[in-house]
Design a protein. Structure first.
Length: 364
C-alpha cells in the first residue's frame, strides 16, 4: 500500500468525475495522488520573508543579542524540519546567528556561522531546526540572536523561513494538524480490478477538510531591538522597531483568501501581536486590525481570533483570485494610537509609549 505521489501530480479530468460517468481507476488514482502531494508540499513555501534597508540592521556586540521574534505556524505533525535562510555579512570572521523555535513548552535551537564578508556575497547561510517531538500547538515562536566577531560588525539583510516538504512515499498511519487527521491514500489499492471501498471516499473527503485548514501566513513582520554600530554611516543602526502611523498605508500585504473561509464558521484568521514598552507603567493598547478592534491588555505576545470582515480588493481581477489587504487598518483610530516617535520608545520625550514590535497574521 505505497502512499506515494508524483511531483507535480497529474490532475484529474474534471469532466470524468461527474454524475453518469463510469468510475475509472485513472481518476481515483489521480485524486489520491493529488491528495498525497498536497499534504506533503502544501504550505511549504515561505512562512516568513523579511528584508531590511542597507546598513540599518547592524550589530557589533560580541555576545549573542536577541533581536527579532516571529510566530511560525505548524502545518502538520509530520513536517518537522524548519529551514531558515539568512542573508547577512560580517566585516570580520566568526560572526554567528542563533535561532530558537519554541513550541509546546520545548525549545529547539540551531546556531550558524555567517560566512559572507561583503554585502550580497556568495551565499545564504541556512539553519536547519529539527523538531524531534510531536506538538499540538497551532504555531511556535521563532527567535533570532546575532553575535558579532571581535573587532567587527554584522549586517543582516534579509531572512526567509519555510518548512521542508515531505518526500514520497508518505509514512503509513495517521498524520495530524492539531485535532484534524490526514490518512495517506494507498496507490496500490486503487489499481484496476480491486474493490473500491466506501472508506476510500470517506477518507478522501476527510483529508480535503484537513488540508483546507492548513495554516497560511498572510503577514509576518518583526521590529528589530538591540542594534549597535560603531559605523559612521548615517543609516547604521537606524532600523525600524515599531509599526507606527506612517506605516499604515504601506505596512501590509495583498493576499489571496479563498472563498470557503466565508462559508465555514470554523475557519478564522489569527493575529499574534507583540507589544513592547521599554519603561513606565503599561496601559492597554487597542488597534484596528482587519476590520476589528482588538485590545492588548499586557505587553508581550497576545493571540486574537478574527472573523472575516474584509472587502475584496479591485486588483482581484488582475490575479484571478479573491485578494484582500492584510495588515493594520489605515483608520483614524490607528493614526491616533500608533502615533509614536523614537523618543517615545526610549523615553527621552519624558514618557514611554507602548508599540507594536511584531505582528503575524495567519489564515487558511
Amino acid at each position: 500500500m505505497s502512499n506515494s505521489f508524483t511531483s507535480p501530480p497529474l490532475l484529474t479530468d474534471a469532466s470524468r468525475v461527474v454524475a453518469g460517468q463510469t468510475i475509472r481507476t485513472t481518476e481515483i488514482a489521480r485524486l489520491a495522488d493529488s491528495s498525497n502531494y498536497a499534504f506533503a508540499t502544501g504550505g511549504t513555501s515561505n512562512v516568513l520573508s523579511q528584508t531590511w534597508d542597507d546598513s540599518s540592521f547592524r550589530q557589533d556586540s560580541t555576545s549573542f543579542v536577541e533581536m527579532c521574534q516571529w510566530y511560525i505556524p505548524q502545518i502538520s505533525s509530520s513536517h518537522q524540519t524548519l529551514k531558515i535562510h539568512l542573508s547577512a555579512w560580517s566585516s570580520a570572521g566568526g560572526a554567528q546567528a542563533s535561532f530558537s523555535f519554541v513550541v509546546g513548552g520545548a525549545t529547539y535551537q540551531q546556531t550558524i556561522t555567517i560566512t559572507d564578508s561583503s554585502r550580497y556575497g556568495s551565499s545564504f547561510n541556512t539553519a536547519t531546526i529539527n523538531i524531534s517531538s510531536t506538538h499540538n500547538d497551532f504555531a511556535g515562536l521563532l527567535k533570532m540572536e546575532i553575535k558579532a566577531p571581535s573587532g567587527g560588525e554584522v549586517e543582516v539583510l534579509g531572512i526567509m523561513v519555510n518548512w521542508s516538504p515531505l518526500t514520497s512515499p508518505l509514512a503509513a498511519g495517521q498524520h495530524f494538524h492539531q485535532l484534524s487527521e490526514y490518512v495517506p491514500q494507498g496507490q496500490t489499492r486503487l489499481s484496476a480490478d480491486l474493490p473500491l471501498s466506501s472508506r476510500t471516499g470517506v477518507e478522501l473527503i476527510n483529508n480535503i477538510n484537513t488540508l483546507k485548514r492548513r495554516p497560511r501566513v498572510l503577514f509576518n513582520w518583526s521590529g528589530v531591538k538591540g542594534v549597535s554600530s560603531g559605523s559612521s554611516i548615517s543609516s547604521a543602526g537606524a532600523v525600524v522597531q515599531a509599526i507606527a502611523f506612517g506605516d499604515l498605508n504601506s505596512m501590509m500585504s495583498e493576499s489571496a483568501i479563498f472563498p470557503g473561509i466565508k462559508d465555514d464558521p470554523t475557519l478564522h484568521l489569527y493575529a499574534y501581536v507583540n507589544i513592547r514598552q521599554d519603561g513606565g507603567s503599561y496601559s492597554a493598547l487597542s488597534i484596528d486590525l482587519l476590520g476589528e478592534r482588538i485590545t492588548m491588555n499586557s505587553t508581550g505576545w497576545t493571540t486574537h481570533t478574527l472573523s472575516f470582515r474584509l472587502d475584496e480588493l479591485p486588483r482581484s481581477n488582475e490575479f484571478g483570485l479573491s485578494m484582500y489587504r492584510i495588515g493594520p487598518d489605515d483608520s483614524e483610530h490607528n493614526r491616533i494610537h500608533l502615533y509614536i516617535k523614537g523618543t517615545d520608545i526610549d523615553g527621552s520625550s519624558g514618557a514611554f509609549k507602548p508599540y507594536i514590535a511584531g505582528l503575524t497574521i495567519i489564515g487558511v
